[in-house]
Design a protein around this ligand. Structure first.
Ligand code: PEP
Ligand code: MN
Length: 340
């Protein structure tokens, strides 16, 4: 923590800040310049209330040196984390491919999707049973009935199940059926939910909120890690910008940046990230070229009839072609794709 004193700061102000810093267990190194004094507070700076120093008499600015998150950072763990959940491996050369419908709609729809994505080389099945919809009048999901269908699809195909949990009260129930708990973009800052999945034995896929900064997203991951669950995957699914031609704006620089700062694997969602079926294949390939550790893609037997997100879903043939294209890029960057 660097504390920059005002030009007008009195000697007593400087002394008071030094005492305050030391009282918090940090070492105060005082650098007296010709114009201003700067105090470098050395030690664990993620202490509750320390930024309040900015309002102390004579203080101009307080700047953090460390990232605000700890367990999610490369300083805490330099080696890349690998998340394994049943058939799904994400990280360290394995590009996990999670594919399936936006929502579980029926046994027929889900089983057909599970078989098709498995045949095309996916390593996990996605499908929402609890759907967080923008409108209360939209399809809200099949709930526990949907979870049962997901578990049956795992029985049949061996694919790990990735499904969303929207409320802390449902974490236990969803954990009984799922291999990976998805935290949706709308819930990224639902801290009670993050605490609840932090206590679950299941891996977590944490989507980035459409208006969240990367630091806010990594701090959300920190809640889950701090709760004791170390199997966390980050998922970039696009952010809100002024652009309206794509549903969201998909920033692929997030992959490189997040991998620099954190050891957690980064998954890209080109379906929600673009909002258009036609844009998904190229963004899936680009994500792999950018170094993504995984992909989550919406696939539906008949996208035109989907109860949610049909406009951004691939049909089986399109998914197979997308996988073929992704495989070429994965080979070029020496990674294994999906069930390879
Ligand atoms: C989804 O995966 O279907 C979903 C609702 O995603 P997001 O939370 O990213 O909007
Ligand atoms: Mn969706």
């Amino acid at each position: 923590m660097i504390i920059v004193m005002k030009k007008s700061a009195a000697e007593q102000d400087i002394e008071t800040v030094i005492q305050d810093v030391e009282a918090r267990g940090l070492k105060a190194n005082v650098i007296r310049g010709t114009e201003r004094t700067v105090i470098a507070a050395v030690g664990e700076e993620r202490i509750a209330g320390i930024t309040a120093l900015e309002s102390a008499p004579g203080v101009d600015e307080v700047m953090s040196v460390l990232a605000p998150y700890k367990m999610a950072s490369r300083e805490w763990k330099d080696e890349q984390s690998v998340v394994r959940a049943g058939s799904l491996i994400v990280g360290n050369g394995h590009i996990g491919v999670i594919a399936g419908p936006c929502s579980v709609e029926s046994e027929e729809q889900l089983v057909a999707s599970a078989q098709a994505v498995k045949n095309a080389g996916a390593s996990a099945l996605r499908g929402g049973a609890f759907k967080p919809r923008t409108s209360p009048y939209s399809f809200q999901g099949m709930k526990e009935e949907g979870l049962k269908l997901l578990a049956a699809a795992r029985e049949e195909t061996g694919l790990a199940i990735v499904t969303e949990v929207v409320s802390p009260d449902d974490v236990e129930l969803v954990s009984e059926y799922a291999d990976v708990l998805q935290i949706g973009a709308r819930n990224m800052q639902n801290y009670r939910l993050l605490e609840a999945v932090g206590k679950s034995p299941r891996a977590v896929l944490l989507k980035r909120g459409p208006s969240a900064t990367i630091d806010e997203w990594l701090l959300a991951a920190e809640y889950i890690l701090d709760g004791g669950n170390l199997d966390v995957m980050l998922c970039e699914r696009g952010i809100r910008t002024f652009e309206s031609h794509t549903r969201f704006t998909l920033p692929l620089a997030t992959v490189a940046y997040a991998q620099e700062r954190t050891h957690l694997p980064v998954v890209i969602d080109p379906s929600h990230g673009t909002g258009h079926t036609s844009l998904v294949p190229s963004m899936a390939r680009a994500s792999i070229a950018a170094g993504a550790d995984g992909l989550i893609i919406e696939v539906h037997p008949d996208p035109g009839k989907a109860l949610s997100d049909g406009y951004q879903s691939l049909n089986f043939e399109q998914f197979e072609e997308t996988m073929a294209g992704c495989r070429k890029i994965a080979n070029a960057v020496e990674r294994k794709l999906g069930s390879e």
